[in-house]
Design a protein around this ligand. Structure first.
Ligand code: PMV
Length: 331
């Protein structure tokens, strides 16, 4: 008789990087070219159940209730292959994953997805790796997933090996009441995803220069967060995002993630900070949506102004969030 499947359910939050990583020193191990800093997003999360089942002949994946095919199925299968090899288990798994932000919104889901998947796959096997090991394992699925394992404000040092490249928390979510207001300007799926994008980073003549100055920005943003110094934080976060996009735009082939409306919002955000003293700054990942990071006291007015620009199709808002967690059976 087949053994009963072993299952577990977990939840992990998405994260937004304040100091970005772009480019890997090792693409297979996803060892990043530079250290990065992020904040977990409490209100954007992925919930994933993994059931290891000896009756299965292949892995099965559903995302938001619908059966998923390649390339998502292949990417999840490859990650499970890595875990099967590491934990010496040959069973296939039934994976069911749901996001509380629809995948079609253009908000990255790979960080929360691979953090939740990695933790659920381990928990279902009865394995509870230390946080740093879990973060390193999640990194193999998607680099930014390493940062969705620990709580709150997180740093990821590049490391030189699989074991030494993991993220850790340097301040809990309650440390600073920052809010991320995401102006969704496009729901289109990215034409060049970040995994492929990272591999082109070195083709830009600007990448080496970005990397030479990245540690300084890392130190300054971390210090600004620890001191809750919005002014210093805002200038460097915007510069760091602009530098990453300058590399993207000058890579071969060039990657243009911004849309005209992204730039319109970026300019408005700078104006609101400089002319009206609102504590808000912008940062953009590998897509056109604009993350407006603001102090909680200014969040309502920033959201109102974003809505009045009418270039945003939709708006999502989130405070700092906790780390990935295993949910109780009756969650
Ligand atoms: O780990 P990936 O492949 O999701 O890459 C994420 C890259 C950026 O979002 C653009 C920057 C970052 O540090 O999150």
């Amino acid at each position: 008789m087949a053994e009963a499947p072993q299952s577990a359910t977990t939840r992990a939050h998405s994260n937004i990087a304040f100091v970005k990583y772009w480019g890997n020193r090792d693409n297979r191990l996803r060892l990043p070219a530079n250290a990065s800093i992020s904040m977990n997003l409490a209100d954007l999360h992925t919930t994933t159940t993994v059931a290891w089942d000896s009756a299965l002949r292949e892995d099965e994946l559903t995302i938001d209730g619908a059966a998923a095919a390649d390339p998502a199925l292949k990417r999840v299968g490859d990650h499970l292959d890595m875990l099967r090899a590491r934990f010496d288990d040959r069973r296939f798994a039934r994976v069911s994953s749901s996001n509380n932000f629809p995948m079609g919104t253009g908000i990255a889901s790979s960080a929360s997805a691979f953090a939740a998947l990695t933790m659920a796959a381990c928990a279902a096997l009865g394995i509870e790796p230390a946080e740093r090991e879990l973060s390193a394992l999640a990194r193999l699925g998607s680099g930014s997933a390493a940062r969705s394992i620990p709580a709150g404000f997180v740093e990821w040092l590049p490391g030189e090996s699989h074991e030494s490249s993991f993220a850790r928390s340097f301040a809990p979510p309650e440390h600073w009441d920052l809010v991320d207001i995401i102006a969704i300007v496009s729901r289109e799926h990215k034409r060049t995803g970040s995994s492929a994008g990272h591999q082109t980073a070195d083709t830009s003549v600007l990448q080496q220069s970005r990397l030479r100055s990245a540690d300084e920005r890392f130190r300054m943003v971390k210090a600004a967060i620890l001191r809750r110094d919005f002014e210093q934080f805002a200038d460097i976060v915007e510069e760091d995002s602009n530098l990453m996009h300058a590399v993207m735009m000058t890579s071969k082939p060039p990657l243009f993630y911004w849309e005209p409306v992204s730039l319109e919002i970026m300019k408005a955000v700078r104006h609101w900070r400089q002319a009206d003293n609102l504590r808000v700054c912008y940062t953009l990942d590998a897509g056109p949506n604009v993350h407006c990071i603001c102090a909680a006291g200014d969040a309502d007015i920033v959201e109102k102004r974003l809505r009045s620009l009418s270039s945003a199709l939709d708006i999502r808002r989130s405070a700092a969030g906790g780390g990935a967690q295993v949910l109780p059976a009756d969650y």
